[in-house]
Write a protein that binds this ligand. Sequence first.
Ligand code: C2E
Ligand code: MG
Ligand code: MG
Length: 757
Amino acid sequence: MTSVVSSQQSVGKTPPKPAGWDRTRLGVLVPLGIVVAVAIVCIVVAALTSAQRADDVALGRERQLLTRAITNLGEWSLLRIKNVALSNAAVSADDIAQGSARLQQRLTFWLSPLRDHNLVVVIGSNGEVVYSQPGRLRSDNELAQAATPKLQTAVEFLRGRKPSMPAGSTRLLGADPLQPGDITETVLLLNVDGHPGVVAVLPLGKAKTAPAILAIRFVERRLLANISDRLQLPNLRITGREAVTAGNNAYAFTDGQHQPIARFVWSSEKPGAAILDSVIPFIGIALAGFALLAGLVMRYMRHTAAAIASGEDQLRYLALHDPLCGLPNRNFFGERLEAAITSVRHGGPPAAVFYIDLDHFKDVNDTLGHPVGDELIRNVTLRLSHTMHDDDLVARLGGDEFAVITFASAEPAALQEIASRAIAALCAPYLVNGHTIVIGASIGIAIIDKRTVSAADIMRYADMALYRAKNEGRNRACIYDEVMDADLSQRKLVEQELREAIDNDRLKVLYQPIFNASGEKVVGVEALARWPHPTRGLVSPAEFIPIAEHSGLIIELGMRVLRRACLEGKAWPGITVSVNVSPLQFRRLDFVNMVERTLMETGLDPTQLELELTESTLLGNLDSAETAMHRLRSLGVRLALDDFGTGYSSLLYLRRFPFDKLKIDRSFVLSIEKATDAAAIVHAIVSLGRGLGMTVTAEGVETAEQHLFLRAAGVHCMQGFRFGTPCEPAEISERLALPGPGIYRSIEGDARAALAS
Ligand code: C2E
Ligand code: MG
Ligand code: MG
């Protein structure tokens, strides 16, 4: 069994995540993520580059300082040599050139103040060593031997006699660019067997061949310590090719061939690291901020997403369900029906559609009020759902219309069986708010098969089947077959022809006389429409009135019948002219105005006009019906309740509405002689009508016995073939012209003929 709850659950509760939402989320998150990532990368790169830049600047400065300090050493030596050169003991260039006696002693004496250097050499005009004086250290002698040829080469280079400086040397100070042969004061850095030394070169004169004094100081540990102290370069040392470890800087002096002369390494503060150290916490905070921001945005989006998703769920639920009973509505049903058709077409389980229409639901709503009507719908929902299978979809299409998609079977017999069960369940009495209510149900069934094209087709078939079920007497189910399609086409054709007939005013109006109780005097006539069809003869209103009502043609038709009846009724003063009014016509807001206008235009005495309404005319809006009836009464028009006993037969109608006449339906008259309860009902209706001050007319009186019974029961007026069939207006005029009681007799022959037919 299907329940309302389960059918609710089947929809909207777990809707597929809307793809649009994921796209939206990606659309926000991806750019946000990119912005955050780019910002983070920029910050990190900025921090690293500025740290690197600071390191580079610091390194450059330290290298400059170091170079300056090494050059200073040479300059200091140069200054010392100059001082010595200016002393009284100075040996002139000529003396050196001439190689005078005691030259060596004089040079030794002269250059003795330079003994703190590791080597002092005087090189003559031809590059020869004139004087060589190693320092006080023992190693100075060995180094002197290795250094001397290099010094000679350097001097010869400075004199322009050699193409290049000796390997492992570079100039730190001196004329630049070097003018060939123009020897000047120069400071060199020279590597001697792995010992870098600073060489100060002072020419003793401006001549190209002037002898030169060279003093060399090796950059040894003490000197380095001194430089290290002065320049704030901790751990300054000379190393080979050792790798520079973190926290150290290195600088190598190279010769013309880019070979290292001396490679200095020292511990460096690396300001970049300090910058990084101080910036990293802020970067950390910024990153954490970004992460927090991203987290908050994500959270906010998740919450928003959840809120939107639940809102969407709710909207979807509301959009797809009936608010009163919670069943899926027409939209949802349509979606499922399309899906079922597709599934059947692809070989899925067979399916069928039940189109269910409740009878008398509107009556309940109108008479007992909407709250009772609503409760009744909920009860119907439960019963219908319980009758169906779990997989079936039960939906409310609106008002008193329900529909089911059942997958239980596609066999006509099985479907009829299910439909019968549903009808039995729906027709069983309901107890709602203390009222016992009985309603009916008709079902149209359409089977979904592989040929089914669309949901619209299936619903049209089910509707046709429902139409047939109702036409066949309600409370039954009909399965659609192709004949119904033909019926529908036929109906459409009839509708078209009827429209043409109305437009061309080809409809006729016949009048059936209504007699007093004794049947001797015509007291009125009822106008009855007839359609003279070119091929089918006179078509009965029983056939074309429903079509006219269904298509809306009834409005025009009713208006024309009323106008004709008013015009022709003028010829019969003193008798009532009854005109049937369709519910559709009566419910129009301009109905009373239309009647008033017709009366004025035709000139019929309003008191002659009687409008026949059925109970169904009053349904829908009791208040406006009541107002319209009072307005008609105030015009002088009389009102009759037609076919009493076949509708909802509510006493409320009789009490509330200002009817002048009650017409007992001919089905009761017909049964008088056969069923005793019918006779009792007729008695009851007559006394009820009389009690409420109404005239009671019996319809369909065909036999003398019926006439006698009705007359005895107190019926005021008689209508039926016993007294006269509907006839042309001229005939009515003729009959009215005949004197008194002769009327009854004169029409007796016609009536017999009608009965025989
Ligand atoms: P109704 O208003 O109840 O009209 C009485 C119907 O009973 C008429 O059928 C009439 O010919 C038939 N009748 C009268 N006496 C006898 C009898 O002794 N035996 C039998 N078997 N039938 C009898 P008709 O003319 O076929 O009209 C059928 C219904 O069509 C009418 O029932 C009325 O409801 C509707 N109708 C007819 N003309 C109009 C019209 O102009 N407008 C509207 N809205 N409905 C109309
Ligand atoms: Mg009638
Ligand atoms: Mg009637």
